[in-house]
Design a protein around this ligand. Structure first.
Ligand code: SF4
Length: 225
């Protein structure tokens, strides 16, 4: 309400990712907190005269990653092309001569492999869910750490598997017909997750396996001869 009083016309909702040299993973949202944040956004979109942008869900409430779907990539201040603003590794620069920016983004083997890995692993955020797989991808492509601090790989290595916006069975569809239509045309997964199984490598699947107690051994039965 305060933002509306101040004349603000739109706002972005982002959810914390524990990146950087002084990350605070304790501030990451739990699945329940993430769900409440999503419900708040969906509710306010039909109640308040302000546009609310979030980047993690389609109109049906299914999670998505904008970098995996190819909706967004990021170019840093030095011209390096990154999968997204928090994945600060790159194999391509806008300053390299001979190719257009479009060719550098759509033709980049690193970005293509990133989209494949991210979309096959989870509908959520691969940085949060599987930093280990992301680190392997960075190494495979020899992608450069394009941060000023040059510690991005050790930061990635320190991360653990944690949940993100992907929370199967708890999808919250848009109530607003305007957002539903807008997302139907301009912000959805564009089919990149079709036919992909997220029940093995996503964080919900991995964490469920870690918490499932091992099956107890069946009792021995004496065989009669
Ligand atoms: S990898 Fe995570 S932070 Fe990056 S665009 Fe996808 S969901 Fe957002």
């Amino acid at each position: 309400d305060r933002l509306i009083e101040m004349g603000v016309m739109y706002t972005w909702f982002h959810v914390y990712r524990p990146m950087g040299p002084q990350a605070s993973p304790e501030l990451c949202l739990t699945p329940e907190q993430q769900k409440r944040a999503r419900q708040f956004v969906v509710d306010m979109r039909v109640k308040k005269p302000i546009i609310i942008v979030d980047a993690y869900f389609d109109g049906e409430g299914d999670a998505l990653c904008p970098a995996a779907t190819g909706i967004t990539n990021h170019i840093n201040p030095w011209g390096d092309v990154e999968p997204c603003p928090i994945i600060q590794f790159s194999t391509d620069s806008i300053h390299t001569p001979g190719k257009t920016i479009k060719e550098k983004i759509s033709g980049s083997a690193f970005l293509q492999d990133f989209r494949k890995l991210a979309s096959e692993t989870t509908r959520g955020c691969i940085v949060l869910e599987r930093p280990d797989l992301l680190a392997e991808l960075v190494e495979k492509h020899g992608a450069k750490d394009v941060t000023a601090r040059k510690t991005a790989m050790s930061e990635l290595g320190a991360m653990t598997v944690r949940t993100s916006q992907f929370n199967p069975g708890n999808e919250i569809p848009e109530k607003s017909w305007a957002y539903r239509i807008a997302k139907r045309f301009w912000f959805n997964d564009f089919g990149v997750y079709r036919g992909k199984d997220h029940q093995s490598n996503s964080a919900p699947a991995v964490l469920a396996k870690q918490t499932t107690p091992p099956a107890s051994e069946p009792p021995l039965v004496e065989l009669e001869c």
